[in-house]
Design a binder for this molecule. Sequence first.
Ligand SMILES: *Cc1c(COP(=O)(O)O)cnc(C)c1O
Length: 513
Amino acid sequence: MRGIAVQSGGMEESAAGPSAGLAGPGPLDVGAEAGAGLITEAVRLVVEHAKTVADGPVAPAEPGTDRIRDWLAAHDFAGPRPAGELLQEVTAALRRWGVHTTHPRYLGLFVPTPTWWGVAGELLAAGVNPQLAAYEHAPAAVEIERHVLRFLAARLGLPPAADGSFTTGGAEANLTAVVVALTRRFPAYPDDGLAALPGPPVLYASAESHLAWLKIAHTTGLGRRAVRLVPVDSAGRLDLVRLRELHDDDVAAGRVPFLLAGTAGTTAGGAVDPLPELARLAATWGLHFHVDAAWAGAVALSDRLRPLLDGVEHADSVTVDAHKWLSAPMGAGVFLTRHPDALADSFRVSTSYMPPDSDTTPDPYSTSVQWSRRFTGLKVFLALAAAGRDAFARQVERDTQLGTLLARRLTEDGWQRVNDTPLPVVCVADPQAEAGGPQHSAEWHAAVAAHVVRSGRAWVSRTRLNGRPAIRRCLTSHRTGPDDIEAVVAALSHARTATPYAAVQRDRAAPLP
Ligand SMILES: *Cc1c(COP(=O)(O)O)cnc(C)c1O
């Protein structure tokens, strides 16, 4: 009926006056009762998913693309459909055709099961929907975020003046670091851009760093060649000797290094770069020192594990992803810097239509790549406030112990550990597969990882460490326990038995010389 009212109302005024046809709710306003019913149904589905996800496979047997598209083709948006049924349909599709990152045997990328506090925070942020661009619009929301940022900065050992912003994730936080570093290092950069630099700019990160650096170099106009991926030592840590060589060559060639990025917890192997040494070199060379602690930054909440990050307190800026090991729902990244002025200078802008700046706290839109922004910090605040820091500390300690247990069990099972870290990332290789040569090793490890995933019993990934193919698992879900560790070890053992060593077979088949 409302649709008809809109049509008959038209754009011109009718004889009945300017408000004819406008009385009553708008076409999208179904009312609070219907809204409550819908949200209740969504909650029911989310809770049911949480209760039953562990009973099913971690990953679907096939991606199901054709069937997903067929199902979607029926949704042409031509008319209304019952929303409760839609929620069920969509949840069923997500459950059927997706990897279950909330499954206790998802030992994959750093996607922890989100906490219930975090999920509730998402709902509140969406429903109240404060505008996080201008302070004047959302003082409570901005102050809540600032409170969390300061807490994290303090745990990392940054000075009380440190500030930052919530980002979509680690990639945006690292992008912010590059912009702030350029702004600090080159006074001409903010207004005249890269063209005004005294030479080609260069940044350093390890070969095991997160390759968002390449996208960032591309996006910012630095160009991908501006990224020096410094070789790593046998433990996967940035090699200081090679760094010095590269830096000296760059300077001799007239290039201008401006940023040194240390990774605290590499994505593939969990290596922590030598942060104190990097801090010293950055200071000597006049570079901005950034620490990418996207996932391992969470250990700052544990007094016992915090020493793993030693040196981070010297950083000019730090990336921590709350949606990784702090178990916030995606996306929640954090950028922190001890140079709030440089951050403000990086994104400064003033417009006639935005409300005026507050006296004490800058407007978030002037300290971030983003403009209109969701209330990302709420889910992090709620989880920290409800659980308390100690619960987070015990969780990362527990995950770390489970990682040690997993490594031990796999070694007992004949696998060889190929990464070296106290953090819960466990990469192993099979010596017999490696004996067949690098090509065979790569194929064999890929086949075993794929077999495990296809079995639905666990989710593990393949990786390469210093060029060496391996199978990787990381532990970041608060639902994972010792039984899951045993199940993952068994799934790998099963996959190994089912995957022949091709090179060995070939040798057997070949006639002896
Ligand atoms: C995951 C990760 C990133 C990228 O973060 P997103 O949240 O995926 O954007 C950057 N650095 C490291 C070390 C990471 O592990």
